[in-house]
Design a binder for this molecule. Structure first.
Ligand code: FAD
Length: 317
């Protein structure tokens, strides 16, 4: 079932999670264990992130340097199909501009389609290690809206090779990302929201937000989006702080503001166990307030936070 149908048919706020594929060389069972912890709370869908290959310069014993391209977290497509089969749950693989030429996007879409995957989250993709802004791959898309347009063309049966006749139409439901505290590369929130609106006008079905720790940002963002005519569901993304150092690391990595009181409490607490308790309690309060305000879904980023999300889900869902 499409995510948008689940949202439209809901009679309460839904629960969903995002999973990161295992690091190269690790087994799929680690992911299953994480899902096993949370499956009893009936996630409406499970997102699987995508991580493009990264070039690394490796120093050999003889002193020479060799460039290797490594996929650190391979397996998004296989993981999606395995989880759908095992848990009979909707899975939403992420598809990024980075790491794909347009032809490779088309092939990936064909694979998704063959596997019965009908939900995607379409993104520009992270800039990559050591880079402070995204650079499009040769032959690839630059912005998520372009990738979205390619997906939606396939929904009309239009492939890159326009000589194809009677090509199959896909039936993807597509989500896009939004940033309550603005995307890091945007000059200001208003212009960022205009580009978000372009994704919605192009046909995005819903928006999932970057994590935030102060609901005020989400409520103001939703108001601004509605004011410019963005009328699709806006799903808040939540991440409980699980480690002391995240009070300083998360704002840098995700360009989000952690309220001073919360940041100080986490920084000054005795150890990570206490930090996790503080983070869990904070997210529980955020979640309760978001539900009170009618959030369609609460979407949880699980990386390193599986135990706390279980506690939160027990309290909330
Ligand atoms: P876009 O919508 O393309 O926007 C990128 C920037 O360009 C914004 O500043 C926007 O305002 C601007 N912009 C957009 N269109 C135009 C235009 N036409 N002209 C000029 N400027 C424009 N990254 C991964 O690598 N893998 C993942 O699995 C992943 N999952 C994510 C899930 C969520 C819910 C979120 C919020 C982010 C995720 N990311 C992931 C990170 C994401 O790829 C980065 O934040 C990326 O920098 C922006 O992606 P986007 O799709 O929002 O980009």
């Amino acid at each position: 079932m499409k995510v948008i149908e689940k949202i439209n048919n809901r009679n309460k706020t839904l629960f969903s999670i995002e999973i990161v594929p295992p690091l190269r060389g690790n087994r799929i069972e680690g992911i299953y264990q994480r899902i096993d912890q949370l499956i009893e709370f009936n996630p409406a869908f499970i997102n699987i992130t995508y991580h493009k290959d990264e070039a690394e310069y490796i120093q050999r014993k003889d002193g020479s340097t060799v460039k290797r391209t490594i996929s650190k977290r391979p397996g998004t497509v296989a993981l999606t199909a395995s989880i759908m089969n095992k848990y009979k749950v909707e899975v939403v693989p992420h598809l990024t501009c980075g790491g794909f030429t347009k032809d490779q996007v088309e092939n990936a879409l064909i694979d998704f389609n063959f596997l019965g995957i009908e939900n995607l989250l379409v993104l520009q993709g992270d800039a990559g290690r050591g880079l402070d802004k995204f650079i499009a791959d040769p032959g690839g898309h630059k912005y998520a809206v372009e990738l979205l347009e390619q997906v939606l063309k396939m929904n009309e049966g239009k492939y890159l090779d326009d000589r194809l006749e009677q090509a199959n139409q896909s039936n993807f439901c597509v989500g896009v990302a939004g940033y309550p505290e603005k995307h890091y590369a945007s000059a200001d929130l208003d212009s960022d929201i205009q580009y978000l609106k372009a994704k919605v006008l192009a046909g995005a079905d819903y928006i999932v937000t970057q994590m935030f720790f102060d609901n005020k940002y989400y409520y103001e963002f939703v108001d601004k989006c509605r004011a410019v005519g963005i009328d699709v569901p806006i799903i808040p993304g939540l991440k409980p702080i699980a480690l002391k150092n995240q009070a300083d690391v998360l704002p840098k990595l995700f360009h989000t503001d952690i309220p001073q009181d919360l940041a100080n409490e986490v920084r000054n607490c005795k150890d990570n166990k206490i930090a996790l308790e503080i983070g869990t309690q904070w997210t529980i309060e955020q979640a309760k307030d978001l539900i009170k305000h009618g959030a369609p879904v609460l979407h949880f980023y699980t990386l390193g936070a599986g135990n706390s999300i279980r506690k939160i889900a027990k309290e909330i869902f």
